[in-house]
Design a protein around this ligand. Sequence first.
Ligand code: DX5
Ligand code: ZN
Length: 227
Amino acid sequence: MKVRIAPSLLAADFARLADALAAAEAGGADLVHVDVMDGHFVPNLTMGPPVVRALRKATRLPLDVHLMIERPERSLSEYLDAGVEYVSVHVESTPHLQRCLDAIRRGGARAGAAMNPGTPTLALASSWRDVDYAVVMSVNPGWGGQPFLEGSVDKVRRLRREAKDADARLTIEVDGGVGPANAAALVAAGAEILVAGTTVYGEPDPAAAIGRLRDAAAARTEASGTR
Ligand code: DX5
Ligand code: ZN
């Protein structure tokens, strides 16, 4: 299984998002991760449907929209209408997870369920048939640049095993503090999409940083570190 790299625009210069998209393309990124925060579900506030619509028109790469918003069912259609390819909602943000996942699929996108570090994998136990990908948060969402929570590797391994036991085809994405020091361990545990903000856009040459992360992810090592 080829690992997919998803640079997170959260760590890019918001006044130069087109440059950030160009760097992602130049570096061979597979997806572009877009963090939507509402100032309620998480303390930070980022962007909404108008910016996502503009991003969708500005790159050929698939967009992976990570909704860190309360009651996502109220605004899901606006993101789906923008034509994005992946949308994840947090399991903690809605009493209607199945309805959200179903709406995402009906809207033509892959349906993702994101989980905070404190949320057990059990949160997905009733959703195997409804979910295309799980987003294992390896930091508490809200900001980029936070240190990787080491327990996340075990959580990925556990989720991979539970999905297998349930005979479910599940893609696992990991988001937060991902970098060359933990990429190989995450992949060995079963991660297939690595989100990276600071590791990519915190570097002088983001395109080259994507290549370094891809190389690290391909290395056969169980080593894991902070970034
Ligand atoms: C965190 C966001 C992440 C963030 C990751 O709340 O969901 O996508 O951009 O940034 P880094 O890679 O810097 O931890
Ligand atoms: Zn994210």
